[in-house]
Design a protein around this ligand. Structure first.
Ligand code: ACO
Length: 332
């Protein structure tokens, strides 16, 4: 049976920076409140003409180069995004495939909000283990600034833009294999985090964002409480199911939504500070892009070594959540 190996990582962050002090001028908030409640100091904002696919393409180029693969080698491209270039079609994955010169590969987007990268990881793993695909390019890319209401202090302080990508390939070597990926959802809580209008459920006829309200709405505090409880349990379950102790984790790479959520889960697992990867203060919440951006950060800092074990977890709109146990397995 073929196994799926996590070969390389890449990321792209746009150059625009939105600070807490900038936000103080836009809504009734303060640097102190944002820092204390979320741990966020700055987020990156894409240029007006910079699309989600542009960022995804740049991240993917880096991941492909680091894996030593060419466009022709890729037979599966999946992009996790809730801020696609176009409302229905073409998929952002198709646009990225075209930008990269990837021809004939299966390419599609998935919508699982902040859990998107864990979902695309599980898709790549399943396709590779079944033998249907050999080389997958998985991407999390978001231009959340395009769906953020900058008059709503409950959400606009949280979100930022960026992209991350990884190459997952088939291997016969079990030591390189992605160990496990958990994915789950509960649509009963769909109303906690949504873009209420603009789709077929919209009560509005026109799609003007201002009028139709295509922006994200969130019941933050309720989401926070469910996130901490669900993630703690999910991460305990995946470790127990695979007989792995939290001491054996080299890098805990959680979705970067809120420092307090990360801290609560880390403390519950008795993780040491040096095991926990934190980028939330710099980039805020970039939804499906946050985990690969965080993995890229430790890779570029020289902290992620061949054979080291990563524990990933994420929670987001849907509701969706998931976790994964992933050894870093570059070709060389
Ligand atoms: N500045 C100042 N005050 C604020 C702000 C702000 N930006 N936002 C809210 N407040 C006020 C509220 O109005 C409230 O005031 P009140 O007590 O007078 O009523 C008070 O601060 C507390 O508000 P809470 O919402 O209870 O604050 P909380 O501590 O829960 O922090 C936050 C809010 C940061 C949104 C937090 O709930 C959170 O991180 N939630 C989870 C987000 C998440 O993980 N989402 C899933 C992923 S996102 C995705 O999938 C796209």
């Amino acid at each position: 049976m073929p196994y799926a190996a996590f070969r390389s990582i890449g990321a792209y962050v746009p150059s625009g920076v939105l600070t807490n002090h900038d936000l103080e001028k836009m809504v009734d908030t303060s640097d102190e409140w944002i820092t204390k409640r979320t741990g966020i100091k700055t987020r990156r904002i894409a240029a007006k003409d910079e699309k989600t696919s542009d960022m995804g393409t740049k991240a993917a180029e880096v991941a492909l180069k680091r894996a030593g693969l060419k466009a022709d080698d890729i037979d599966l491209l999946v992009c996790a995004t809730i801020s696609p270039d176009y409302f229905c079609m073409p998929s952002t994955a198709s646009v990225i495939a075209s930008n990269l010169g990837i021809k004939g590969a299966m390419a599609f987007d998935i919508s699982a909000a902040c859990t998107g990268f864990i979902y695309v990881l599980s898709i790549a793993k399943a396709f590779i283990e079944s033998g249907m695909k050999k080389n997958a390019l998985i991407i999390g890319a978001e231009k959340l600034s395009a769906i953020t209401d900058y008059t709503d202090r409950g959400t606009c302080i949280l979100f930022g833009d960026g992209a991350g990508a990884a190459v997952i390939t088939s291997t016969e070597n079990k030591d390189e294999a992605i160990i496990d990926v958990h994915t789950a959802s509960d649509g009963d809580y769909a109303d906690l985090l949504m873009t209420p209008n603009g789709g077929s459920g919209s009560v509005h006829d026109d799609l003007d964002k201002e009028k139709a309200g295509c922006y994200m709405k969130m019941k933050g505090n309720e989401t926070f409480k469910i996130a901490v409880k669900t993630l703690t349990q999910d991460v305990r379950d995946i470790l127990e199911a695979n007989n792995i102790h939290s001491d054996e984790i080299d890098h805990f790479v959680p979705h970067q939504a809120n420092y307090r959520i990360i801290k609560a889960v880390g403390d519950a697992l008795k993780l040491k500070d040096e095991q926990v990867v934190l980028t939330v203060s710099k980039y805020g919440n970039t939804s499906g892009a946050s985990i690969p951006m965080a993995i890229n950060e430790i890779y570029e800092e020289g902290k992620l070594k061949k054979g080291e074990l990563m524990l990933l977890d994420a929670f987001g709109g849907g509701l969706t959540w998931g976790s994964a146990l992933v050894p870093f397995a570059p070709f060389s």
